[in-house]
Design a protein around this ligand. Structure first.
Ligand code: GTP
Ligand code: MG
Length: 485
């Protein structure tokens, strides 16, 4: 099934397609879904969610509440009562009722708060399934909210981001997106485009009369301005991605420099094997830690040296690959045994990983004096950190500097940030279409080709908010959600 949009241009086909979509959706909506929305296992309380037209009828045989009986159900109110199956009392529960149109999904919905016993939850779920409900698919509540126009697609995706947010920054970004931050911006972009696209389409209808409804000067101005705004959003994805996935922080250095010790010290657990044998770490070891409201993805790597060992060579190759992708590199120098070619290694790293913030750390400062190394590093003009990963000396200063160096991630505190690769991809396509539209106007290319480019730009924007979506896309997005959300 295709949920089409014709970019707000009021064609008969648009009306027909939307009517068909609504009709098909109305047919699908007939079923009632239920799911446990809290984690599986024993807990103090659990919440079972039910959504679908006429779901109150499904609950009636099981749930008895004096107040509901007396005064009837009122939306957004909780009702205390007994949950029984064929006169067998299962639990005392609290049922919250949401009227159709006023619930998260837009459908009549209930939330049953029961005691968090797997037995009770199992019995309640079983009774609902027996009464005709079906188990919700992952993300189906949010998908229904989207289909019923309660959320657009970018907002629906923000629900998943909010649930999975591991740090304050990601939480703030997801919340802003859920409240419509990104969607509003995209809608404004679309409004401008739709206005001109409709005028150009209109010109096509009068093509024989050689009229120009859309001022090309104004169109060009709007396209340039839009291109700038779309470009800014695309650029923000660099921050968004780092915020969401963690700022890639690679630890590099010679074997035995103490890289794995530093990883363990920063994580606060024995994540990687530490030993005095050079060449202990072969593969990369990765884990995240939160600091200052951000998530860092620490990557311990194999010590860099010339070796005949084939497996170790692969590990060293991987270390360089990580360096090339890193946002930050901690280059560890063993104070007790600095590399002979230290200067060349640093120069090589600066060249192969120019994108990364490079921190030079002299480790094992508890064991050796470092004045000679410091002298050798003077030429690099980089800030140098004296640390002892084993005793954790100097790590507080290192973390403070790390936070300062990655302050760019808070660039979007008051600005919309794109954190979703799908959105970034759609924006890139929009940007390409805008560039082609600009070219078309500048070269006075015929209106039908310009209209096509404008439509492509609109499609790109429409994909973000879900004005344009396909079954496959929706299935792909919502399958990543939890069951019960
Ligand atoms: N005295 C002292 N010893 C340290 C310090 N950091 C690490 N070591 C020791 O140095 C040795 C090597 O540490 P690792 O963390 O395994 O070194 P690595 O860089 O991961 O080594 P490879 O995995 O072989 O590349 C171990 O015996 C650690 O206990 C430090 O700050 N001070
Ligand atoms: Mg190691």
């Amino acid at each position: 099934m295709y949920y089409p949009s014709f970019n707000g241009i009021p064609f008969f086909t648009n009306f027909f397609a939307q009517y068909l979509t609504m009709y098909l959706w109305a047919m699908l909506r007939d079923d009632i879904i239920c799911a446990l929305s809290t984690p599986q296992g024993v807990g103090a309380l659990a919440i079972v969610r039910i959504s679908g037209a006429n779901s109150s009828a499904l609950l009636t045989p099981y749930f008895v509440s004096k107040r509901a009986k007396k005064a009837g159900l009122e939306s957004h109110r909780a009702y205390f009562g007994d949950y029984s199956i064929h006169d067998e009392h299962i639990d005392e529960v609290l049922v919250t009722y949401f009227e159709e149109g006023k619930s998260f999904t837009g459908e009549e919905s209930f939330e049953i708060s029961c005691h968090g016993s797997p037995y009770i939850i199992g019995r309640i779920m079983e009774s609902l399934l027996n009464a005709g409900a079906r188990l919700a698919d992952p993300g189906e509540y949010t998908m229904r909210a989207f289909m019923n126009g309660k959320l657009d697609l970018a907002q629906a995706e923000a629900v998943a981001d909010l649930i999975h947010a591991e740090n304050k920054t990601m939480h703030d970004v997801a919340l802003r997106q859920l409240k419509g931050g990104l969607s509003n911006e995209i809608s404004l972009f679309r409004e401008d485009l739709v206005h001109f696209a409709s005028l150009i389409e209109l010109e096509l209808d009068f093509s024989e009369e050689d009229v120009e409804f859309a001022s090309r000067a104004q169109l060009l101005k709007m396209l340039h301005s839009l291109q700038g705004k779309v470009g800014a959003l695309i650029d923000s994805f660099k921050y968004g991605n780092a915020i969401k996935k963690g700022i890639a922080t690679a630890i590099l250095g010679a074997p035995n420099a103490g890289k794995s010790t530093l990883l363990n010290a920063l994580l606060g657990e024995d994540r990687a094997i530490v030993s005095s044998i050079a060449g202990t770490t072969r593969d990369t070891v990765e884990d995240t830690f939160n600091y200052g409201g951000l998530t860092y993805r620490l990557i311990d790597t194999a010590g860099i040296r010339d070796t005949e060992d084939y497996v170790e060579q692969i590990g060293i190759q991987k270390a360089f690959e990580q360096a090339e992708k890193a946002d930050v590199i901690f280059y560890l120098i063993d104070a007790t045994a600095p590399e002979e070619d230290l200067e060349q290694r640093i120069a090589h790293l600066e060249q192969s990983a120019p994108q990364a913030e490079l921190f030079l750390c002299i480790n094992k400062s508890d064991q050796a004096e470092a004045s000679t190394i410091l002298k050798r590093l003077e030429a690099s003009k980089r800030q140098i950190f004296m640390i002892a990963a084993k005793t954790k000396d100097g790590l507080a200063d290192l973390l403070t500097a790390l936070k300062e160096a990655t302050a760019w991630t808070s660039h979007g505190a008051s600005q919309t940030i794109v954190t979703n690769a799908r959105h970034a991809d759609a924006l890139r396509r929009t940007s390409l279409a805008l560039a082609k539209s600009i070219e078309a106007v500048e070269l006075s290319i015929p209106g039908d080709l310009l209209a096509q480019d404008l439509r492509l730009a609109l499609d790109g924007l429409g994909e973000i908010t879900g004005t344009i979506s396909t079954d496959d896309l929706l299935a792909n997005i919502f399958s990543k959600f939890c069951i019960g959300k």
